[in-house]
Design a protein around this ligand. Structure first.
Ligand code: NAD
Length: 249
């Protein structure tokens, strides 16, 4: 099945690395014009040059700067995010606010900026890269779990408001994906559990998974492509889990 995104304009936040980069490449291969939005200006520019797209160097935690934005895109992928591993009592309140700005308020503001154009054209796809932590909590990830649970609610609300005007909104909930974010997780979890990094996947991250390997970014990108394509027109207000059975317990 080939999915044609010719003529579509897509914006992928956090597009310079990991899952976002895989989605940007896959959408560009399918014919979309992709804007790579990222804090990492060099990375965004390099990928944009590679895929014939545009780069937007932006700090999405600076939400005041996003308040009056208007975006002309057909597909918005809210993907930028960071992780932390810390008990609540040791977690700085400013860090909690920062993560909620980046991972919940910024997606709200980008959706808010994109909807008027999507409504005018009667078409829009909002893909929110949440996580299995959007539907299932883990200890020591208070801000991450809170932001991702919030993103699931925002996505459903967008679906309800956008549906009658041609806009769908869906969350993608990956388990552990091979990316720089997970590499940092492995180091943090090894410290937190006092075990070597080589044992973190087996003993911590993938302990509950039915399939004991990391998800590949390209697998998440294939799901995103299907969700952006014509066969997913009736898929909205829901979440797609891709976690090798991690959340089945
Ligand atoms: P990654 O670290 O490879 O990429 C994240 C990108 O976001 C980077 O390019 C980074 O520069 C960008 N970014 C960070 N802060 C930013 C800011 N303030 N403004 C703009 N851009 C910023 O991570 P990834 O694994 O590809 O994760 C992408 C998304 O997928 C995140 O939302 C993450 O929560 C989610 N996710 C990842 C995993 C996983 O195991 N890797 C699992 C589930 C969900």
């Amino acid at each position: 099945m080939s999915i044609d995104l010719s003529g579509r304009r897509a914006l992928v936040t956090g597009g310079a690395s990991g899952i976002g980069a895989a989605i940007a490449r896959t959408f560009a291969e399918a014919g979309a014009t992709v804007t790579v939005a990222d804090l990492n200006a060099e990375g965004a520019e390099a990928l944009a040059a590679e895929i014939g797209g545009r780069a937007w160097a932006v700090d999405l935690s600076d939400t005041a700067a996003l308040a009056d934005l208007r975006l002309d895109v057909d597909i918005l992928v809210n993907n930028a995010g960071i992780q932390h591993v810390s008990p609540i009592e040791d977690f700085a309140p400013e860090r909690f606010s920062f993560m909620l700005r980046l991972m919940l308020e910024a997606p709200f503001l980008l959706i808010r900026a994109a909807l008027p154009g999507m409504y005018e054209r009667g078409f829009g796809r909002v893909l929110n890269v949440s996580s299995v932590h959007g539907i299932r909590a883990s200890a020591y990830k208070s801000a991450y779990v809170t932001a991702k649970h919030g993103l699931e609610g925002l996505s459903k609300t967008t679906a309800l408001e956008g549906g009658p005007r041609g806009v769908t909104s869906v969350c993608i909930d990956p388990g552990y994906v091979r990316s720089p974010l997970v590499e940092k997780q492995i180091a943090d979890q090894a410290r937190a559990h006092g075990i070597p990094e080589s044992e973190v996947l087996e003993k911590v991250l993938l302990k509950d998974a039915a399939i004991k390997r990391l998800v590949e970014p390209s697998e998440v990108a294939s799901l995103a492509l299907w969700l952006a394509g014509p066969d997913a027109a009736m898929v909205t207000g829901t979440s797609y889990v891709m976690d090798g059975g991690w959340s089945a317990h």
